[in-house]
Design a protein around this ligand. Structure first.
Ligand SMILES: [Zn+2]
Length: 219
């Protein structure tokens, strides 16, 4: 048996010798722990040190120690749909222009009735922008030192996650326009029993995100 302490809650965990060098979720707090080697099999330790160095050398949290969040990425707003974004911004600017002009400067004009369409345009376009932003913020790819997690929803939350060690493939899909704007879809498939697939669309700088995940994988 190997006996060790969870590095977040310090609960004592006992596992079979065969699990030495693997990653194990703490039954109490859910933290990912690296099980120490019972028989001191040097190769695993060497591999781990190498991947730890890659993350730390790149200026990110080392892959050993407590699980910490490395980065949270939300789908892009403007770059995901530049024309729609431009339209909304123009609608807000136009509405604001009508409200200010006919509300303050042209109060005697025969076109003064345009003040009200201006108000409607301003309110509707602003609300649309807020809803759009909230929608983007409610979807996230969270990368920790141990796993990648897809989070959906603000109030009712659904998540799926893949341990970095279980990643079979990270795929980036970009249309021509998306490549120009540096956004893309990241799909992470797992080699674990459940074969989880994480897919987040319109992520900014997808290649940089993949590089960060790769720092914590054994390649
Ligand atoms: Zn724990």
């Amino acid at each position: 048996m190997i006996r060790f302490q969870c590095d977040r809650c310090e609960r004592t965990i006992e596992v079979e010798d065969a699990l030495g060098g693997t990653k194990l979720e703490c039954p109490d707090c859910g933290d990912m722990n690296i099980v120490p080697d019972g028989d001191g099999s040097g190769q695993d330790a060497g591999q781990r040190r190498a991947s730890e160095d890659r993350a730390a050398a790149a200026g990110f949290p080392p892959s050993s120690g407590p699980e910490v969040q490395v980065v949270v990425v939300h789908p892009a707003l403007m770059r995901a749909n530049p024309l729609l974004f431009l339209g909304v911004v123009l609608a807000i600017a136009g509405g604001l222009g009508l409200v200010v002009w006919f509300g303050l400067f042209a109060r005697e004009s025969s076109l003064r009735w345009l003040f009200w369409p201006g108000v409607v345009l301003l309110v509707v376009a602003s609300l649309a922008l807020v809803v759009w932003k909230v929608q983007k913020m409610s979807h996230a790819l969270v990368i920790t030192t141990r796993r990648s997690i897809e989070r959906r929803g603000l109030l009712s939350r659904s998540t799926s996650e893949v341990l970095h060690d279980n990643i079979r493939n990270i795929q980036i899909d970009q249309s021509f326009l998306e490549r120009l704007l540096n956004v893309g879809t990241i799909s992470i498939s797992s080699a674990g029993q459940d074969g989880v697939e994480i897919q987040v669309e319109k992520l900014p700088a997808p290649d940089d995100i993949r590089k960060i995940i790769d720092l914590y994988r054994e390649l």
